[in-house]
Design a protein around this ligand. Structure first.
Ligand code: WT7
Length: 657
């Protein structure tokens, strides 16, 4: 039985609405299957066709996939192009310069629109300013910015001159920023005086100054500051420069740097199973091709769409589906500075109505928290707003539970917008497993089937396929153009983390568990299989939080685990042993607060443990290994049913429980 036929019998499957199917780039399961078959028939030819169709090349490529240095794969290596040319100039040259590129809504509701022509001019001015400061192809520029047009301009300007950008999320601490500046070897930093979120001004320049003062940043010769609030900032003459002053002095045109397809477009840090974040390195050609192609396939996006992705430019979603994807296809997008709950929890719905948004892409955590708030206050319920312009909804970052899916489908999408659950990662560059809106019957809780060309599979610990219905390890069997190219400065970690020998060295290991439906082959993601937590769709390494905790002078030992949470997916629970005696009562509360603030300073507020429990020791095996599964059960408040016979100090469980 074919996929469509068997799924039709599932009571919970939602078939594509006729109007959606008619409009879609991939109309019907036969069209989807034809693309899957095309990729299987001649893999390089399939990707070469997409790369030629989606991008404008300065010089065409003749080599499609080079596997000679596997797992360091190269795509379209002899082709040259420029990402910013593809995202801006080509639309202006095609006569669409007056089309709105960005509708920016500030925290206080002020709206600014920029056309493609205006955005191009701003990018050129900033690119020229970077060149004037001596920044050139191959240099790394760190961008520590709030959600803003200027943030996008900074990213595109780097791309224009062939500089590799590394965006650091504005919620990261000075220490995290410092580590990233040092690791990436930045020569310049682009930041902002203060960011506005939820009516409050939060410093960025001051944090950046702290980061630069921590040492190892001597190569940073330019700190370019976007003036957002006019708040007071310290100033280092010669190093610090106002963005508006620099750009005023420059011309509004700028010849792009034509780079090789493999030239690193950006490096984005993400958490892994060690204490040190990895700099995920992406290419120009492969990345941009897939950002554009998935806009067309997964979101069915056209130039006429008003697309809104609520992610931050500090995460991969903001790279692929704000800075590059929507602009690569010449669409209009909404960019939002603020938070979904300010001035009230109706902000998203109000903005969808106001800007006539057609495609809305957000995180399950946001949906779950807005459900709660809408249920307690009818004024912020989506039913109160005119959401009739919406035609498609998307989610990303974590599994979406069927209840939240159904609420989103019914109350936001009025039971006619497909909800597209997109599974992918920082490392994959773009969507990997997701329904095609005009084809795939939807099943809440499942990201359904791989995109054409993506060879996803579920295997066991030795790399062998497991039958459908049986859980296993999610892998990708063949390289794809938008995959990461390296871990910046650590090729060994790239090979070991993503192409481990245990699986045969050829499969890309995603780090997630998955199971495929017995009848339909649909994928359901069952969660991380490594020491990585997912809190509100943000990826956090348990080891990173543990190293932050043990760096505190009070702390002797720490172990961090995740606990399931209705709203945020997971929360951080820390088990801590102090150097002094185990605190109780008010002491315990005070020290826990101090340690939470400490983690906020060391990493950033997103990593703060929700709960800290103190013990005289941690549960360990006789060989000294911390028994994490026990800690997970303790954190969840479950009864310990596991075998504790290997536990060195069973009495400790009472203290920590
Ligand atoms: C991890 C990647 C992809 C951009 C945002 C997060 C989890 C992501 C889904 C989904 C279930 C998901 C996975 C993945 N994840 N999307 N639709 N269903 N889980 O990027 O920080 O690199 O995190 O997020 O665990 O491995 P990231």
């Amino acid at each position: 039985m074919s996929t469509t036929e068997s799924i039709l019998e599932e009571p919970q499957a939602f078939l594509p609405h006729a109007s959606v199917a008619a409009y879609a780039a991939i109309s019907g399961m036969d069209a989807y299957r034809a693309l899957v078959a095309e990729a299987e028939r001649d893999y390089p030819a399939f990707w070469a066709r997409l790369a030629r169709e989606t991008l404008q090349w300065k010089t065409p490529f003749s080599s499609v996939l080079d596997e000679s240095r596997a797992p360091f794969y190269e795509w379209f290596r002899d082709g040259t192009l420029n990402a910013s040319y593809n995202c801006l100039d080509r639309h202006v040259e095609a006569g669409n310069g007056d089309h709105v590129a960005v509708i920016f809504e500030a925290d206080d509701g002020t709206v600014t629109q920029v056309t493609y022509r205006a955005l191009l001019e701003r990018v050129c001015r900033f690119a020229n300013a970077l060149r004037t400061r001596g920044i050139k192809k191959g240099d790394r520029v760190v961008i520590y910015m709030p959600m803003s047009i200027e943030g996008i301009v900074a990213m595109q300007a780097c791309a224009r001159i062939g500089a590799t950008h590394s965006v650091v999320f504005g919620g990261f601490s000075s220490k995290s920023l410092n580590e990233r500046i040092v690791n990436v070897g930045a020569v310049a930093l682009v930041t902002c005086d203060e960011q506005m979120r939820g009516g409050k001004a939060l410093p960025l320049k001051n944090i950046a100054d702290e980061a630069l003062a921590m040492g190892g940043c001597e190569a940073v010769k330019s700190v370019i500051v976007y003036r957002r609030t006019g708040g007071k900032v310290a100033w280092h003459e010669g190093r610090d420069l106002w963005m508006h002053e620099l750009t005023q002095a420059e011309e509004g045109t700028c010849e792009p740097e034509w780079v090789n397809a493999e030239h690193p477009l950006f490096i984005l840090y993400t958490s892994g199973s060690t204490g040190v974040p990895k700099g995920v390195q992406h290419s120009t050609g492969g990345f941009l091709m897939w950002a554009a192609q998935t806009m067309k396939w997964t979101f069915d996006a056209k130039r006429s769409d008003v697309f809104w992705c609520t992610a931050d430019i500090g995460w991969i979603t903001g790279h692929s589906y704000i800075a590059y994807g929507p602009t690569a296809i010449g669409a209009t997008q909404v960019v939002f500075e603020g938070v979904p709950t300010w001035p009230n929890a109706g902000r998203f719905w109000q903005m969808i109505a106001k800007h006539r948004v057609t495609v809305f892409y957000t995180a399950p955590t946001a949906i779950r928290s807005l459900i709660k708030l809408a249920e307690s206050d009818p004024k912020v319920h989506p039913d109160r707003f005119d959401l009739t312009t919406l035609r498609l909804l998307g989610t990303v970052g974590e599994p979406i539970n069927p209840a939240a899916w159904t609420w989103f489908y019914e109350h936001v999408g009025h039971s006619h917008c497909p909800v597209i659950d997109t599974w992918w990662q920082t490392e994959t560059g773009g969507h990997m497993i997701a329904p095609m809106p005009g084809a795939t019957p939807l099943v809440p809780g499942s990201c359904t089937l791989p995109l054409p060309g993506i060879m996803a599979a579920v295997v066991d610990e030795t790399g062998r396929d497991v039958p459908n219905g049986q859980g296993g390890i999610l892998v990708i069997k063949r390289p794809w153009p938008s995959m990461l190219r390296n871990v910046w400065g650590d090729p060994d970690r790239y090979t070991k983390s993503y192409f481990p020998e245990e699986l045969g060295g050829k499969l890309y290991l995603a780090g997630d568990g998955a199971v495929r439906d017995e009848d339909t082959g649909y994928f359901t993601i069952t969660g991380r299989i490594d020491d990585v937590l997912n809190v509100s769709g943000h990826r956090l390494g348990t080891m990173e939080i543990e190293s932050a905790l043990v760096a505190n002078p009070l702390v002797a030992e720490a172990a961090v685990v995740g606990r399931a949470d209705d709203t945020t997916g997971e929360v951080v629970v820390a088990f801590v042993v102090l150097k002094g005696k185990r605190p109780t009562g008010d002491d315990a509360i005070a020290i826990a607060n101090e340690l939470r603030a400490w983690v906020g300073k060391e990493i950033g507020p997103i990593a703060k443990p929700k709960e800290i429990r103190f013990g005289e020791n941690l549960p360990k095996t006789r060989s000294g290994k911390i028994m994490r599964r026990l800690l997970r059960s303790l954190a969840a408040g479950e009864e310990i049913t596991q075998d504790v016979s290997t536990l060195e100090n069973p009495a400790i469980l009472d203290q920590l429980g």
